[in-house]
Ligand binder design. Sequence first.
Ligand code: IMP
Length: 196
Amino acid sequence: MGSSKIKLSIVTENRGKGLEALKILESCGVEAEILTMKKQEIQSDSLEEIALYSARIAYLNIKKPLVVDDSGLFIDSLNGFPGPYSSYVYKKIGVQGILKLMERIEDRRACFKTALAAIIPPLEKVYVGETCGVIADKPRGDMGFGFDPIFIPEGSTRTYAEMSIEEKNRYSHRSKAYQLLLGDLKRLYPHMWRHP
Ligand code: IMP
């Protein structure tokens, strides 16, 4: 891949996700851009499979080094629902629908999981990050996106939606997946790093 720097495309149709990823990559000196593109998804119980499929299709289209993430909220007392179906469930019943399903349920434990598929030839790999916490009793905060207003990560008393992007990135499932990718990039592609 020559010795020039690589620019990594963050392929997503979700601006919130894109901004979080951009902050993580740029704060580590990796040049990146958000590429707004509809994700081609397969139906599967595995976030890893969904993310890898989407990344391969995106790569066929843009032929540039890229990452695609697929994430889900897994609620213990609902046997991991909505999990890989989080996007569909969010569109259909939203935050209020999840709170309704959780009414009178005492066990509020849940985990957010991200499968981050990276295609930076010859590297093709899926990185998984997970953050556990609890589902709040009611929505709080107006930052972020998706289920952010009802998820309180372990170690905090605030929901993701009450946090700035930088603060959410200190806790988030997405950020953990990116840290694993960054570890590999440092090792495999030292020329990707902008040196001060
Ligand atoms: P997908 O990864 O775009 O398929 O996201 C699945 C669903 O989970 C969408 O409804 C997102 O809004 C939601 N989601 C994904 N990541 C997050 C997050 O970091 N915070 C809150 N909701 C999220």
